[in-house]
Design a protein around this ligand. Structure first.
Ligand code: ADP
Length: 211
């Protein structure tokens, strides 16, 4: 060994090894902000796996699985499914896609506890949340969009009363995540009003600056 070269030890903290360059993206925003539509496009463009907890629940409800039966009435009231069930679903999804280049999380996390659980789950894979991007849409626009969607899709949780409850739940339980991720320097936001392609272009610009 050349005595003039500094000795670098791999396990004393001097050398940081990056185990993963996955891109784990959270698309954040109130119900009806367009997370689902945009998440599909983002996953396709960046070759990421799209995980929509709402879609997972709806599929289970349709197929009348034990999970679907457990969560149906909660979702139809516009309440949040208990955090413990979310961890199970996420563990399962991450395992199913163990070779993914990264994820787009849509509708998750929705509570501080879920955000902490996600950090723990990703840390087990030597990974972390890369970026959280919020779609900003005001309450009047949300109500308008969801009532329109109710006419087209007939979702049971898109009635006026349930929408009001979902917006309330979002404001009290999900919005605190903004400060949680701001504190970690991972939070950005963008206007969620405008055409789908225009908003998508804005999202891509922010992602491209990040990766
Ligand atoms: P939206 O964003 O329009 O509210 P979602 O499809 O994301 O719709 O969610 C539908 C419903 O599924 C929520 O109102 C909630 O009851 C349940 N749900 C989805 N994701 C979560 C989550 N991360 N934690 C708790 N409940 C959830």
């Amino acid at each position: 060994m050349n005595a003039h070269l500094p000795y670098i030890c791999g396990n004393d903290g001097l050398l940081t090894i990056k185990f993963s360059n996955m891109f784990n993206f959270i698309l954040f925003g109130p119900p009806g902000s367009g997370k689902g539509t945009q998440s599909v496009k983002i996953a396709e463009k960046y070759n990421l796996v799209h995980i929509s907890t709402g879609d997972i629940f709806r599929k289970n409800i349709r197929e009348k699985t034990p999970l679907g039966i457990k969560v149906q009435s909660i979702i139809e009231k516009g309440e949040l499914v208990p955090d413990s069930l979310l961890i199970e679903i996420l563990e399962d999804a991450l395992q199913q896609h163990s070779t993914a280049k990264g994820f787009v999380f849509d509708g998750f996390p929705r509570t501080i506890q879920q955000a902490k659980d996600l950090d723990t789950m990703l840390a087990k894979r030597k990974d972390s949340v890369s970026l959280v991007l919020a779609l900003e849409v005001d309450d009047d626009e949300i109500l308008k969009r969801l009532l329109k969607r109710a006419e087209i899709e007939g979702r049971k949780d898109d009635t006026k009363e349930v929408i009001a409850n979902r917006i309330g739940v979002y404001n009290s339980q999900t919005q605190p995540l903004i400060d949680f991720y701001k504190g970690k320097n991972k939070f950005k936001s963008i206007h969620g009003l405008g055409g789908i392609d225009q908003i998508f272009a804005g999202i891509c610009k922010i992602i491209d600056q990040h990766i």
